[in-house]
Design a protein around this ligand. Structure first.
Ligand code: IMP
Length: 183
């Protein structure tokens, strides 16, 4: 069974619920009288974005972009590719990028550049997880759900080879799963 591949639960279902409420409340208060454009980075953002928006009491637009920097493994290739772009205008919009995790920060810094170049009025980032131990460049997200150690995690949108996204929590994957050895 899928759950047998998990070594340890790092962020429980209950933790995630509390994080979504807290971040949603902060965004509601910070963007009062504004209509932010939430941009989710597919596919990892899906569970987080759908739970987060339920706690944002504002008129919001929602859009998705598909980007990839992993190409199947457990380490970022550093090569950020836009696999599905958006045709909506970002000009003069208050953009909030919704990420599952910030690791090396290659993806998010590339996206920040992109939206600024496309004329956004402001661009902020909300991430469920921050993994500062993985950074290859200095960057701190504007809204952070929780900070985790430099381990490869799966669940609640995060995948290993496209699997485990449907776990209701975030957990550390057993090494044996990706090395084919017992850990
Ligand atoms: P970054 O560009 O290295 O910051 O990585 C961002 C993307 O890499 C995230 O949106 C995830 O898709 C993926 N990623 C980073 N760390 C993990 C992890 O621990 N598990 C699964 N995916 C990860």
């Amino acid at each position: 069974m899928m759950t047998h591949d998990i070594e340890e639960i790092l962020v429980s279902k209950e933790d995630i619920e509390a994080i979504c409420k807290s971040l949603g409340d902060q965004i509601t208060s910070d963007y009062k009288n504004k209509k932010p454009l939430l941009i989710g980075l597919l596919k990892g953002c899906i569970p987080f974005m759908s739970d987060l928006v339920k706690h944002i009491d504002l008129y919001v637009d929602m859009e998705y972009l598909s980007v990839s920097s992993y190409h199947g493994g457990i380490a970022s290739t550093g090569d950020v590719k836009i696999k599905k772009d958006s045709d909506i205008s970002f000009k003069d919009r208050d953009v909030i990028i919704v990420e599952d995790i910030v690791d090396t920060a290659n993806t998010i810094t590339t996206m920040l550049e992109l939206f600024k170049n496309r004329g956004a009025l402001s661009v902020k980032v909300v991430t469920l997880l921050d993994k500062p131990g993985g950074r290859l460049k200095p960057y701190t997200p504007d809204y952070i759900g929780t900070t985790i150690p430099n381990k490869f995690v799966v669940g609640y949108g995060l995948d290993y080879n496209e699997l485990y996204r449907n776990l209701p929590y975030v957990g550390i994957l057993k090494k044996s799963v990706y090395t084919n050895k017992e850990s």
